[in-house]
Design a binder for this molecule. Structure first.
Ligand code: ZN
Length: 309
């Protein structure tokens, strides 16, 4: 029974339109699904990824209109790193982000920057992503495209308390870097680094990560609840999220983890060529579609315009 690596990372935005502009236009990801938070349907849930939204390529955002900027503290992820295949790709992103007015720090193996709401991001060389699918943005050369989440950094007061959970998820200490754990799955890899927390308390709001999902083969998925109970976690039951099934639990330092199935994927309720083209709703919310469309700020998919803008 083996996980791959990251399935998706979910964060919070207070500005759905600005979020689509940054992730779909500037970062060149595909908006693969525009739906609502199933538990709070008056807010969008936006999904970005490669052309089909394959597990590992996905970033998602709950769009809480007008949410104030949050800040990461103990028990929260503070940086999400996306993989590219080589240094020339890192240079491409550094130049493109600077042209967009984004502050960029780093070198030709890794750059760090933030999204418009302050969420910490990074682009780094991860040779294992070479050949993995990517989004096809009209102005991003395919060789330079972002190829999924490869690297996460979180704040923890007592990283050792999370060891049994992380090792059950298949992470092993990186012999070259204290505090960093590595998971090499069959397809993807993930690095996880615990950093000492800032003095200030964290506040989960715009520009902060809500949870991290790990990718499990569909056939093993339900058994993960039992495996996590064995290391003292208190997992939820299996929840149907339409595009995948999910089990959630909080790891000992407080980060919310999810184990998600690979399938059925984003073409389950839209044509694969038109992903993200319209507001997708689960069956139980179809009767209130008109009311939801009334309160949700209209958000276009840059793909529909033919060019990303
Ligand atoms: Zn999730």
């Amino acid at each position: 029974m083996s996980l791959d690596a990251v399935h998706h990372v979910t964060a919070i935005t207070g500005d759905a339109r600005g979020n689509v502009d940054f992730y779909a236009r500037v970062l060149g990801l595909r908006l693969v699904k525009k739906t609502v938070n199933h538990d709070a349907p008056e807010m969008y849930h936006l999904y970005y990824g490669d052309e089909t939204g394959s597990p590992g390529s996905i970033l998602t955002f709950f769009a809480i209109p007008g949410a104030r900027p949050g800040r990461p503290g103990a028990g929260m992820v503070h940086r999400v790193g996306l993989g590219v295949s080589g240094p020339r790709a890192v240079d491409f992103w550094a130049e493109r982000l600077v042209r967009e007015g984004v502050d960029v720090a780093g070198d030709d193996t890794r750059i760090e920057f933030a999204d418009p709401e302050g969420m910490g991001l990074a682009v780094s060389v991860e040779p294992r992503v070479t050949g993995l699918p990517a989004a096809r943005a009209p102005d991003v050369p395919p060789a330079y495209a972002l190829r999924g989440v490869v690297d996460l950094r979180a704040f923890a007061r007592a990283p050792d308390r999370s060891s049994s959970v992380m090792s059950r998820l298949g992470f092993q200490p990186d012999p070259d870097r204290a505090g960093t754990l590595v998971r090499n799955g069959p397809v993807r890899s993930a690095r996880w680094t615990w950093d000492p927390p800032p003095a200030e308390r964290g506040a989960g709001s715009a520009g902060t990560v809500h949870h991290v999902a790990w990718s499990a083969p569909d056939e093993d998925h339900a058994a993960w609840a039992g495996r996590m109970r064995e290391v003292g976690a208190r997992p939820t039951g299996v929840i149907d999220r339409t595009y995948f099934r999910s089990i959630y639990f909080r790891e000992p330092n407080g980060v919310l983890f999810e184990i998600a199935t690979r399938g059925p994927g984003f073409a389950v309720d839209e044509d694969a060529a038109r992903l993200g083209g319209s507001l997708a709703l689960p069956a139980h919310l179809e009767p209130v579609r008109a009311a939801l469309e009334e309160v949700l700020v209209p958000v276009g998919n840059p793909r529909d315009a033919g060019v990303a803008r």
